[in-house]
Design a protein around this ligand. Structure first.
Ligand SMILES: [Fe+2]
Ligand SMILES: [Fe+2]
Length: 225
């Protein structure tokens, strides 16, 4: 039985972002970064906590930037296991990964000790049939992966400006369109129903505010195409 993280003083860097909250007993990393960037992501995590204490390595879908360094992380954290959608586990992860995944069904919740995450299936949004997202229920943070992806370097880590996220992400969506699926707006509605207070974006600034409103705005834009 892996040992929980016992003491977790809030790192100053997270406190400054207002991302504090209850301590996590079983730490989760959402997205590994590409395999060739592993030394950099390892260094970044090490600035916050001992990487060897990670318990769960989770990701939205099976793609290099989301999980390319999965096996490197599993080697660095001996108690860690992949945590992903049931479809991702069945189709790719249980073959690719050096340790078996814990699959999550749509709507299933998973305890991190003092925090709790819920898996939400959103197939093909914006790409990959196995795609889904994690919602942390205490801090009301939606780990929304490629949604609202913004180009450029050195954005603010988090913003309360809806337009600072919306405008560049919509410009990027014109360059890299989402998969053309029916029912995209219904999937956005499903995410919005969590009423997130933080949209934790993978590419670009994260957004603190009325996350449901921004998700509905994206759903309306996608519904037109
Ligand atoms: Fe992706
Ligand atoms: Fe991505």
């Amino acid at each position: 039985m892996p040992k929980p993280i016992q003491a977790c003083p809030l790192p100053e860097s997270l406190a400054k972002l207002g991302l504090g909250g209850p301590c996590v007993r079983f730490a989760l990393l959402f997205h590994t970064g590409p395999r060739k960037m592993f030394p950099l992501t390892l260094e970044a995590v090490a600035s916050l906590m001992d990487p060897a204490r990670l318990r769960w390595i989770s990701f939205s879908h099976f793609e290099a930037d989301e999980c390319g360094a999965l096996n490197e992380w599993l080697a660095a954290a001996p108690d860690a296991q992949p945590l992903c959608s049931a479809l991702a586990a069945m189709v790719s992860v249980d073959d690719f990964a050096d340790r078996p995944a814990k699959p999550l069904a749509d709507g299933e919740t998973h305890s991190l000790g003092t925090l709790r995450v819920q898996w939400i299936d959103t197939p093909h949004l914006p790409h990959g049939m196995e795609t889904g997202y994690l919602f942390e229920t205490t801090t009301r943070t939606l780990l929304c992966g490629d949604l609202f992806a913004q180009p450029g370097n050195q954005p603010p880590a988090i913003t309360e400006s809806e337009n600072l996220v919306w405008e560049p992400s919509e410009a990027m969506r014109q360059e890299f369109p989402y998969a053309p699926i029916h029912g995209a707006a219904a999937l956005l509605d499903k995410l919005a129903a969590t009423e997130p207070q933080v949209l934790a974006c993978m590419h670009g600034a994260s957004y603190r505010g009325d996350g449901a409103a921004l998700l509905h705005r994206l759903g309306a834009a996608l519904g037109k195409h």
